[in-house]
Each structure stands twice: as C-alpha cells, then as structure tokens.
Write a protein that binds this ligand. Structure first.
Ligand code: IPE
Ligand code: IPE
Ligand code: MG
Length: 242
C-alpha cells in the first residue's frame, strides 16, 4: 500500500519490547535483540519505500548502560554487525545515516563502525536515518546549552539573539521536528527520547513487541496518524502535515 497524502515527514521509532518478546518464548533477551535487528532492517526499507524522508530510531539510551554488562556487550556487538554489514544497503536507497548521542563511554570499535556507516552513506539524498545511540534527550539539551553559552562567551552570538531557531541549530542534528512517534510494546512513555523535537509530535503506542512490528503494522500506524487532528494550539481543524 503506497500512501502519498498526509504522510509524516519525520517519524521517530522507540523500538521496545525485544526482551519481553524473547522471554515469552523462553529464550534469552539477546535473542529478542537479534530478531529485532532483522525486523529493523526490513522495516527501514519498507518505510523509505513509502516516501518518508526522516526517521529517528531510538537504539540505545544513556540509561541503558545501567543494564547487565552481558546484555550491553551483546547490544554493542549487534550494533557493530548492523553498521558494518546489514545497514550498508541503505546507501542503495539513497539514505544518509547520522547519529545522535554522546561519544563516552562507547568503545572505539562501536564508534568506528558508526563513523564508517555515516561516511559510506553520506551522499544519500533520498532520506535521513538518525540513529540515537548512547542518546539521552536531557543530555542533548545540556550539550546544546553548552554550545550556545560558549558562542555567547566567544562573542559570536548575542544573548538577545537566542531563540528557538538557535536552539534547534545547536542540537545534535539539524532535522525537522518529529511529526509522529511510534513506541512498540505498549509502554506509554517517552523515556528521554528527543524531548525537544517531540514537542508537537503525535504519539502511537501499539502493544506489538518490536520484533513483530512489520510493514502492515507500520501501515496501521500511518493510518492512525492520518486520522489525527493536529491543531498546533490553534482552534481550527487541521489535517496532519497539511
Ligand atoms: C528495546 O527492548 C531495546 C533496547 C532498549 C536496546 P528492551 O530490551 O527494552 O525490551 P523490554 O522492554 O525489556 O521487553
Ligand atoms: C527506551 O526503552 C530505550 C530504547 C528503546 C532504546 P527502555 O526499555 O530502555 O525504556 P524504559 O526503561 O522502559 O523506560
Ligand atoms: Mg524496554
């Protein structure tokens, strides 16, 4: 099903429920992450095929470092495999990959794989994939604040010139605001994901665990988005994204 009207320009996906998906099958949590990675690869191809330009993915939060070392290590190795092999195919779709998040305490192996994928796909002009890895929305605001204050101290920016445009220009990536955020697994919270960019996003919380979230589930999500009435504070009826 190809949809053309009222598509969200920027979709955020909080990929949640891998652990529970595996546990319900009597398998280790890592198995859920592994299957989730396959789901992700297929889903991304599906999404860009629909003509969506910007996707932000929540891959690993700053808080996720609080998990068992075994699970963190598994995820880090999975990211390296994904970036070095599986997601290279995004280049053929003309999708440019960028990353959001802090460098510390990611290992050089992970960081190099991230840089490598970004470099491989840097000329993509059909879409952007923003991977939030070692990412926290609060830290993004902290890091933005430091950049802006430094400019004021350097004299390249005046205090009275600071507005929302300046704030947006100093976030990790220059992207349009999020129109639509999907969080799988039934949890209804944002968990520190792009808190500034989601200011006027529509939210969608399917109960499906991420490994089971396929193209048809994405279609359903888009349909829900298209039936939302986005008002942006005004009292007029407004169609999504119009
Ligand atoms: C999301 O699935 C993947 C990451 C956070 C990296 P979870 O691992 O959070 O799965 P649940 O929520 O425990 O089921
Ligand atoms: C959010 O999921 C982070 C990612 C999906 C990468 P979590 O599973 O870590 O969030 P909480 O702990 O349920 O809020
Ligand atoms: Mg979770």
């Amino acid at each position: 099903m190809k949809k053309t009207e009222n598509m969200p320009k920027h979709v955020g996906i909080i990929m949640d429920g891998n652990g529970r998906w595996a546990e319900e099958r009597g398998k280790p949590r890592s198995f859920g992450h592994q299957v989730g990675a396959t789901t992700l690869k297929e889903l991304l191809h599906y999404i860009y095929d629909q003509g969506i330009q910007y996707v932000s993915l929540y891959a690993f939060s700053t808080e996720n470092f609080g998990r068992d070392k075994k699970e963190v290590d598994f995820l880090m190795n999975l990211f390296v495999t994904l970036f070095k092999k599986e997601l290279k195919s995004l280049k053929d779709l003309g999708v440019k990959v960028v990353f959001s998040g802090r460098h510390e305490p990611l290992s050089d192996t992970v960081w190099n794989a991230m840089e490598d994928l970004a470099a491989t796909t840097k000329d993509g002009e059909n879409g952007i994939l923003n991977i939030c890895l070692n990412y926290g929305g609060r830290y993004e605001i902290v890091d933005m604040t430091k950049k802006v204050v430094q400019k004021v101290l350097d004299g390249t920016l005046k205090l009275e010139e600071i507005d929302d445009k300046v704030i947006e220009d100093n976030l990790y990536q220059k992207l349009p605001p999020l129109d639509f955020v999907i969080r799988t697994s039934g949890e209804m919270r944002i968990s520190n994901f792009m808190i500034y960019q989601a200011a006027y996003a529509e939210f969608y919380f399917p109960t499906t665990y991420f490994p089971d979230f396929k193209g048809k589930d994405f279609d359903e999500a888009i349909l829900a988005f298209q039936n939302r009435d986005r008002r942006f504070g005004k009292n007029t009826k407004k169609k999504p994204n119009s």
